[in-house]
Design a protein around this ligand. Structure first.
Ligand code: IYR
Length: 222
């Protein structure tokens, strides 16, 4: 049978004004508790949870529904170690030579440095790859669209889904990140987009004393 071009919108949920106000407040309160952390416990987390949050990320909208993303879950200690060694090499170069003074000044409040022990401690590293183009069945290059925007949306949904189940994250972007393609054996049409460290916070974790902008600073209504 021929595939229908359009099908009815199913399972759409509409709420009353009051109900949606209440839900939006509760969800804001939940998301407002999300903080990036840099100290993780090695306590294990079920891989089924991680697979589910990746399924959630995969519901993100994308240019022409090309879903131009690929996720790699790293749970192997050996691969985590390789990633840590390679990331720390890039980070050392960043902190001691490449970073402009202004950038280092902006980072002072986070107390970051070239050492990244969390890359081996946290139970999972999730590496998000951006599929710049794809190779079709006949081996020809096919276009993807708005890949950065699409992968950014999927990554945001991934962080939200992880936070929703109490898994803390650090979005880590060692620069350059090409070592991730090599270590994880990804093809040339994919480039590393984001390295997400996922796990429970270590007991006694502290976070930088920073504030979020007020609504009136980030919002204009006409
Ligand atoms: N990639 C480095 C530096 C760094 C850059 C930014 I922008 C941050 O928000 C935090 C860190 C590092 O991970 O240490």
């Amino acid at each position: 049978m021929k595939k229908e071009k359009h099908i009815p919108l199913k399972n759409y949920e509409k709420f009353s004004d009051n109900k949606s106000l209440e839900i939006s407040e509760l969800f804001f309160e939940k998301m407002n508790k999300r903080r990036s952390v840099r100290t993780f416990s090695s306590e294990p987390i079920s891989i089924e949870v991680i697979k589910n949050v990746i399924k959630t990320a995969n519901t993100a909208p994308s240019g022409a529904n090309k879903q131009p993303w690929h996720f790699v879950i790293v749970e192997s200690n050996e691969i985590k170690k390789q990633i840590k060694i390679a990331a720390e090499k890039e980070e050392k170069e960043f902190y001691s030579n490449k970073a402009p003074k202004e950038w280092l000044k902006d980072l002072e409040q986070f107390d970051t440095n070239a050492k990244k022990p969390f890359l081996e401690i946290a139970p999972y590293l999730i590496v998000v790859f951006e599929e710049k183009y794809r190779i079709g069945k006949s081996g020809v290059r096919e276009k993807n669209y708005y890949t950065k925007e699409s992968v950014g949306l999927a990554s945001g949904m991934l962080l939200t889904a992880l936070h929703n189940v109490g898994v803390a994250t650090l979005t880590h972007t060692p620069s350059p990140m090409s070592f991730l393609s090599k270590i994880l054996n990804r093809p040339a049409n994919e480039t590393p987009f984001l390295l997400i460290v996922a796990g429970y916070p270590k007991k006694g974790t502290v976070v930088p004393n920073i504030k979020r902008k007020m609504l009136n600073e980030i919002l204009t209504i006409f």
